[in-house]
Design a protein around this ligand. Sequence first.
Ligand code: SAM
Length: 245
Amino acid sequence: MYHFFIQAYQVRGDSIKIEGKDVNHIRNVLRMKQKEALSVTDEDGVEYFCEIQKMEEEAVWLSVKDQTDVSHELPAEIVLFQGLPKGDRMELIIQKAVELGIHTVVPMETRRCVVRLDEKKKETKCRRWNAIAESAAKQSKRSRIPQVHSVVTFQQALQMAEGYEAVCIPYEQTKGMQPLREFLAKLKPGIKAGFFIGPEGGFEEEEVQLAAEQGIVPVSLGKRILRTETAGIALLSVMMLQLEE
Ligand code: SAM
């Protein structure tokens, strides 16, 4: 069943008015027909199970058949601080992080990032990345659309992570799995947690030290070197299993 996101004002009694770019998507891309079923979620996380009632040029009217406020979100806010990877790897990282329940993805410029984006490119990429997040949120039936933040420096990322209840920085020089286990033990419903993943070239030791001075714990993700696009997904999977209710 296709899934869309709406604002609560679009709900009119037991009808819902779809407007904007989703109208074209429903009519001309998915070629949906009257009476076909779909679900929508509003910004409060209420999910409505609907049928298409009427198609107009600028609107699609749905009739609400049922609704639920059971959330599809993780019970904690998890933020991925991701070193800018090469090529279109960021799109894969965002897509998989959204499926696994991420709250926010923060693209980060670190010392060993090969990719250097000018302001215009950053804006274009950020729009593209947020579209990827919205599409993945629809596919995975999230209750909200995770945000992809604008590109920040490593220093800015450290400042953003100030005050989180649990933050780690996977660093392949870390010995043993105990630091990761202690990080995972901190994950409880209601907290804000974060993790830093380096680009293909990894973190400079100095960056890891700066993070550690702020209480961001270096952790190992095992005896193998994971690609940057694997590392975040691997860690987020374990965090999701720890938190999911
Ligand atoms: N510097 C690494 C090397 O020796 O080839 C490459 C960095 S790895 C491709 C990218 C990022 O994934 C790292 O910065 C780290 O955050 C994470 N990572 C990959 N494997 C890891 C491991 N075994 N333990 C902890 N972090 C890991």
